[in-house]
Design a protein around this ligand. Structure first.
Ligand code: C2E
Ligand code: CA
Ligand code: CA
Ligand code: CA
Length: 276
């Protein structure tokens, strides 16, 4: 039994060695990409389904390698988080998004909102509030048009720190929404205390609204929850008219998804908005 244990141990070490080496390789590549400006931000419009007009956009990070390949965020964001790179990259995304917001306001899309993803490592960094303050100050982006998307799981890690930080974000005038809502289970009891502005229904629950099977009972429940807490709600990953109609019948009027627009470069966003 002993030798078996030892051999299985070394087996896992080799395996982990490969994985760690791959992660380290990707981390170096990501740092180089950041330094060489091969990261860029795209913007996915957020729509009021009643009028089909864009009321804002979500900033999403993209990485295009030298040979023209795109690395999916689901692959490199965890590496950025794990290595701490997300703190600098995230601040850069925030500033880029705020600059774009101001440009859009100046182009006449007044009151346009900008949502930016903020990861745990960034949010719990002692200088996060400072960097938010600086971004708002330097870009002159109106705080009430800037919305930070945090995930439900953050409430689990350190609820006290979260409540504190949210309070101070509120003081600055920025908005906060809970991303991927419904996938984390945890924060339901904290939700009232957290005092957030918006819930974002995870794509998985929107997906359940289909002609064949589900009627979207979880999405419906989240809309009702938001109504009883008197906070806004938006659905992500809306791909069909049927999903849009169903969500509206639940009382959810904001949406984001391929039905309306894919994430767009800032140039494409501007021409897309101009055509609307
Ligand atoms: P997320 O915040 O939940 O972003 C929504 C994701 O759904 C985006 O994927 C978007 O392109 C995709 N999406 C939007 N509409 C549809 C649709 O109708 N159908 C389908 N199938 N997908 C749709 P993306 O851009 O690949 O980003 C993946 C995740 O990476 C994001 O999920 C977010 O967690 C993370 N991420 C992206 N940019 C940033 C960033 O700047 N900072 C941080 N911390 N995380 C980011
Ligand atoms: Ca998001
Ligand atoms: Ca989401
Ligand atoms: Ca998601």
């Amino acid at each position: 039994a002993k030798s078996h244990q030892r051999s299985s141990f070394s087996y896992f070490t080799v395996d982990m060695g490969v994985e760690i080496r791959e992660r380290v390789r990707m981390m170096h590549a990501l740092r180089a990409a950041f330094e060489n400006e091969r990261l860029f931000v795209v913007y996915q419009p957020q729509i009021d389904m009643r009028t089909e007009r864009a009321v804002g956009a979500e900033a999403l990070l993209r990485w295009k390698t030298e040979d023209g390949q795109f690395v999916p965020p689901d692959q490199f964001i965890p590496i950025a988080e794990y290595s701490g790179l997300i703190v600098d990259i995230g601040e850069w995304v925030l500033r880029s998004a705020c600059f774009e917001l101001i440009e859009l306001h100046q182009l006449g899309f007044t009151d346009f909102k900008m949502a930016v993803n903020v990861s745990q490592a960034q949010f719990s960094h002692p200088l996060f509030l400072e960097s938010l303050k600086r971004a708002l100050h330097d870009t002159k982006a109106p705080a009430h048009c800037v919305e930070l998307e945090i995930t439900e799981s953050m409430a689990m890690t350190d609820p006290e720190l979260l409540i504190q930080t949210l309070f101070q974000i509120k003081q600055l005038g920025a908005q906060v929404s809970i991303d991927d809502f419904g996938t984390g289970f945890s924060s339901l009891s904290h939700l009232q205390k957290l005092n957030v502005d918006k819930l974002k229904i995870d794509r998985a629950f929107v997906n359940e609204i289909s002609d064949k099977s589900g009627e979207g009972s979880i999405a419906k429940m989240i809309v009702q929850l938001s109504q009883s807490l008197n906070i806004k709600v938006i659905a992500e990953g809306v791909e069909t008219e049927h999903q849009a109609d169903t969500l509206m019948s639940f009382g959810c009027h904001l949406a984001q998804g391929y039905l309306y627009a894919r994430p767009l470069t800032k140039e494409d966003l501007r021409s897309w908005l101009a055509k609307k």
